[in-house]
Design a protein around this ligand. Sequence first.
Ligand code: ADP
Ligand code: MG
Length: 728
Amino acid sequence: MSKNKSSESVKVVVRCRPLNRKEESSGPVGGIVQMDLRLGQVILRNPRASPSEPQKTFTFDAVYDGNSKQRDLYDESVRPLIDSVLAGFNGTIFAYGQTGTGKTYTMQGAWLDPEKRGVIPNAFDHIFTHISRSQSDKQYLVRASYLEIYREEIRDLLDPNHSTTRGLDLRESPETGVYVQDLTSCVCKSIKEIEEVMNVGNQTRVVGATDMNEHSSRSHALFLITVECSQPGPDGRKHIRVGRLNLVDLAGSERQAKTGVHGERLKEAAKINLSLSALGNVISALADGRSGHVPYRDSKLTRLLQDSLGGNAKTVMVATLGPAPAHYDETLTTLRYANRAKNIQNQPKVNEDPKDALLREFQKEIARLKAQLNHRRWRSKQKKEQVDGEDWGRDSDEEMEDEEEAVETETDDYVKLEEQRLEREKEAITEDQFLLVEEKQKLLGDLRKEQEATEQLTAKYKAMESKLLVGGKNIMDHTNEQQKMLEVKRQEIAEQTRKEREIQQQMLVQDEETVELRETFTSLQQEVEAKTKKLKKLYSKLQCIKAEIKDMNDEHVGSRQELEQTQNELTRELKFKYLIIENFIPPEEKNKIMNRLTFDPEEDQWNFQPLVPAQSKFSQMKKRPTSAVGYKRPISQYARVAIAMGAHSRFRAENIMFLELDMCPPNPSSLDCLAEAATNQTPSQENSPTKNRDIHKSSSWCQSSKSIPFSSSNNSLAACPAALAKGQ
Ligand code: ADP
Ligand code: MG
């Protein structure tokens, strides 16, 4: 499978945007970032440090200052990567940096201004221009998907219902590596179509931005392009190469905790920043090379970029910086990460003939539809035999010739011929006087159906075939030869500049190491001078390294403090939860819940096991245990004992029921007399018939509370069973 097993490092380029209007107006301090474009170096000045303190220098594959053009960055640093994708490699470009430093500008830019179009639109042009210029024996299939990671949830931006549905899951297969399950992918046949896909996704993101505060700056956006190319190999068989390109616009890398947020906001911020710190950890682990474990699983972003960082993809990281003195710390952190990322080694390889190539399926489907069309043609010829009867002998020869020609003609011609022939048949049937009317109708109906089916099949065939792009077809519409030459020259120049810079960098390193060793000294004085110079150089280097160590220490202290703060918040939260659990959830219930909990390391979360075991899926649910048996409401053990002992009436849960009452059944005369009395005066509580009604009511409660231990109060109730029976 693999063509190229050699490893190559992640390409890291740095871009610094110009000072914006607000920064310019805030003072004449100027930028803190200087760039040596020839050597690919960034020199960072600490605005808080004394002028004598040495400045920090970082070297990268390429650097772009505020005056750099989008096109230069593309031609020099991105074009080779896209070429690799077109050759069947996996490729990733991601922009990393503080919010507002130009990540989105670099990745997308201003679409309408040709000078300001970013990496993504330039990549679209590049891919489709390449296809149109390639040889005609190549077939291409281009697909695009668009997703975002928001709060550790993967959302499909091409799915109109993405905001209502659950986040998508990540899966891993040995063939394709990590992929997103059920992600929408759109087949694109032109630059216009792929731009449309991008617009649809961007609009969905914009909707999110208005719904949620600062949404867009808090989500990572990934635009995925899959280019499948089929080409006949030396063995005569068609071989398919699949290149996958990830274009990633990360969320800002500012530290949320620094802004002093607390409680829920802190937790949210911790979650949002999780993927960025996980990305930092992955970069550190890979760059370090010593630690065996790379924490890809710590976040969705790092899992998606698993192939791009230390995997089989070619990767370009664009680190973006702001030149303002106020962001010195963030700029330094970005530069440190970028510097570390240079050491990551990938093992890019060509994806040749993967099992899941969609192009192969499309080709098979087209072949099947073609065969079906041929078969249909043969069948309609048979039909004609039946309709034309004796005329068949004469027509059959013509038909045969027709057919032979049709095999060679394009589908369009065939459809026309077919339509004409069917029309002729239709007329022949209508004119045939000897056929019965019903038979005619039937045949006409059959013919119509046949015609419709053929049309449907042809439309399907055409639709299927139009999805595939054939190399060389549109060469004339795209560009003339001169333009092509111009582009080639521009590429060559970019390549040349890159090589030059590489050589310059190598020379610089070698100079430092060897020049002084080779020097010969004519006099002692000269030697002393040379050695002093060297000593001074080494001393300044030592100072640099010391400053670096101090910075690192400061950074560690800072991040430790942040972590401690988060830990304190979380501990407080935990104590609060414990308090609730300990005081309000009975221990046996707590144990039951604990026993049902299982941890899913894949998803990194706790899950509830279903109450009904999976094997007895169809059996009845367990019955809910009855609570407070025999009582109207839950009652404490203490109260039960108190009731049993006949203590204070406060503990008689059902105290209305247990009132000591006069249980003798009322006789009709006394009732009459009482009714009379009722009209004159309010009856006393003790003797009123309502009292009896109370007894009736409470008797039913008493019946249900069989397990209640008899207290002195309900002894009297039990002593009057007749009254109770009557009450019922
Ligand atoms: P991010 O995506 O990193 O948060 P943006 O790409 O949105 O930042 O950039 C913030 C602002 O800075 C935008 O107005 C953008 O036009 C401007 N900007 C960024 N980079 C450049 C550049 N290289 N040249 C000119 N303007 C830039
Ligand atoms: Mg942005």
